[in-house]
Each structure stands twice: as structure tokens, then as C-alpha cells.
Design a protein around this ligand. Sequence first.
Ligand SMILES: Cc1ncc(COP(=O)(O)O)c(C=O)c1O
Length: 444
Amino acid sequence: MSDNVFYRSVRKKYHVVERGDGIYLYDQAGKRYIDACSGSAVSNIGHGNPKVIAALTAQAQKVAFTHLSRWTSEPLQKLADMVAEMAPGSLNKLYLVSGGSEATESALKMARQYYLERDGASNKYKVISRWKTFHGNTIGALSMTGDNRRKKYTPLLLDFPKISPPYCYRCAYGNEPSSCGMDCAWELERVLNLVGAESVAAFIAEPVIGAASGAVVPPDGYFKVIREICDRHDILFIADEVMTGFGRTGSMFAMEQFGVVPDLITVAKGMSAGYVPLGGVVVKDEIYETFKKGSGVFVHGHTYGGNPLAAAVAVAVLEVLQEENLVENSRVMGQYLLEQLGEKLSGSPFIGDIRGRGLMQGVELVRDKATKAPFDPKLNVAEKATNVLMEHGVVVYPGTGAADGVAGDHFLLAPPLIITREQVDDLVQRMVSAFGELDQSLAN
Ligand SMILES: Cc1ncc(COP(=O)(O)O)c(C=O)c1O
């Protein structure tokens, strides 16, 4: 084993993956695991898809790389047409990069330049976002992020305002669903009044909050309030669908379920399903036209953005998504998984909440279900749960800090969208066995 890899966690011992097939991953000893989080909601069409491997090989044989400043290609144009067809409203223009952080960083810069193009001079540059959300790790993206990944870098970050998330299990306003007046959405208006909308270019939000909070779904009507406030104050609404896009929550884009059309949608993960690094921003025609009528140049770009290999892979991935009806499978299997988890696991004394949409679900672990008190962060409960589940052949995506910024343990379940009913049953059965063990160790 090489000592020369700089892992995220430098003291941890990592499992060595050998291969992947469908929803399964195999280690070098031949042990099989259900990839119950698709890495981080990435491998949406499963591992080892022959159609995608064939498309990747064929394109690599033709030409793998050309720079977007001098060349376009057939796969790139095909991909843009497919995404325009899938995206809502007039979101028809696709700007490509190589991952989620580059996508949100690009959206931030696009929002800033849009107002310069439209108005000539503009003071609009701030992006308002929400606490307990994740938009990426580069400096602009981290400035919009509202979780514990930002703390060590605070001096480097842009001073962007944040509002409370729609985290109903731990409502910032102490409301119950029956008394919810959507205070957390109206907070956007109060913050705009305080900072001045003339300095604000955009508001960014994940439709269903992923990594930072574990599949937090907003109450009905939340995004309608957000959209109305953005329109009234002349700020753009960016939906960060890096995790939720391309079927993860049971519709092509999660925003469809909330009846609201954003101005920009950031995408990544599911667009190439892990077969190549890829990200992008889907943009409304009106915004694109403003650039066209203005300077004609978006002053931004990354070397690998829009390369033919990545585009050809994404075309094949999205064809599989459509041909195999995986968005609908995500909706149906997601509902089944949620019901099964509720039925078979909510008896655990340490599972406080099970929530989510489609095949994006979160399990929040608490020390006391009645008070919702979180575990002491020193106990590393999310990590502990992940390790026990892994011994039982289930890979999940853990997270911390959702309760109060430091304490709080959850994990995400986001299996490949190809999962069958029998495989959901197997997954839940393995989780029941793992929690039998975990509940005992947490009780001691
Ligand atoms: C909603 C969201 N935005 C942005 C990102 C950043 O993406 P990447 O890790 O590809 O840079 C992530 C990654 O998990 C994400 O979930």
C-alpha cells in the first residue's frame, strides 16, 4: 500500500475498491457492498454500465480533448440540446465545467456579470444563501456554504449573508408544521431590507438539502415565497441541483416538485453519473441574451469545460436515464424505501428522523428522541454508524453539525436509481441488522 496518497482523513484506513457492478461495489477481498449513497449521490445509473463504457471508448478513440475557446463538438451540442429539453421553462443554455464547486462558483460569477451587462454599472455582487447547506469547497462556493466545512477558512471567505434553512425537524422559529408561517423563507426579505437589495445579485439554495443536513425537504410553498421575494427585489434565484438534478429526488429536477422555475440551475454529479468529472450551469435564455447583447463574453472558464469526452459520456448517461425510466424508478423506489425505513427502523431509540424525496433520504441520529438532543460530537456517532453499516455491506454518506453547527449526526441514503424492490428489501434488512448492533453500542 502506497504511503504517498494525501487522503482527506490522513489517519483513516480506507477500503480498497476493486470493481463496481450495478448497485454494488466489491473490495479486493471480494466482499460485496450495496453502494447505498452512490458515492455522494453521483453514480445514479449504477456502476459498469456497458452503454456508457462503449460511448466513452468510442469518443476517446475519436478525440478526447479540445479547448472550448477554439472548438465545439457534436457531443457537446447534443448534450446541450438534451439538457435544454429536460430543464424547465426557458432554461435552455448550458455552460459546462468539471464539477459541482466549479458550477456554483460559475453561477456566482455569472450572476455578478449579468447585472453589469444589463445595467452598465452595478453594485450587485452578494449571494445570499442558507445555514446548514453545502455549495462546494472553492472559496466562492464555500462563501455560499453554511456548514462546518467553512470554519477554518473564515478569513478567506466573502462576507455573504445567510438565512435559516427550512429544517422542520429543528425549526429555527420553534414552529410546528401546523403553526408554520414560513418564517424561514420571509427571513430572506428581512435580510434584503437590512443589507440592501442593490448589493445583492442572487439567492442560492439546494431544493432538498443534501450533504450538510441529510435530505431536508422544505415545506410546501417555501420556494414560492422565495421566488416572489427574488422577483420583487430584482435578484436571481439559483437552484443548486448538483445533488438533486437528473432524477435523484424522483423528478428530472427537484425544483419541478415545488412549482417554481429558477433563473439558473447548477448541475454536476448525476449528469455524468461518475464516469467522468462534469458540472455545469443551466441558464435562462433571457440571461444568455443579456450577455449576447452586452459585451458578448462571459469572463470565466476552466480548461476542461465542455470537452468532447465528458460531453459524450453525459449524453450516454442521460440516454440511459431516459431509456430505463430511472426518474420514475427513483420516485417509486424512493417512496418504498422511505416506508420501509419508517416501518423497520423507526423503533431504534437513536433514530430521530427519517426524511427525503425520491432516492435521496436522510437518517438523523439523536441521543434522546423526546428532546431531539444530539450526541456529544466527540463520540463521532455518524462515523461509527457508517463503519458498522459498512461491516454489514452497506455504504452510506455521513455528515455532522446539522443540530447546532457542531453537534448533530446524520447519514444520507442515495442508492443508484436502478435499484429494484428486492434490492431495497435487502438494503433495509442489512440496516436493521446493523442497527441491532449499533443501538447496543450507543446505549452503553
Ligand atoms: C448541492 C451541492 N453543491 C455543490 C457541491 C460541490 O460539488 P463538487 O464536490 O463536485 O465540487 C456538492 C457536493 O456534494 C453539492 O452536494
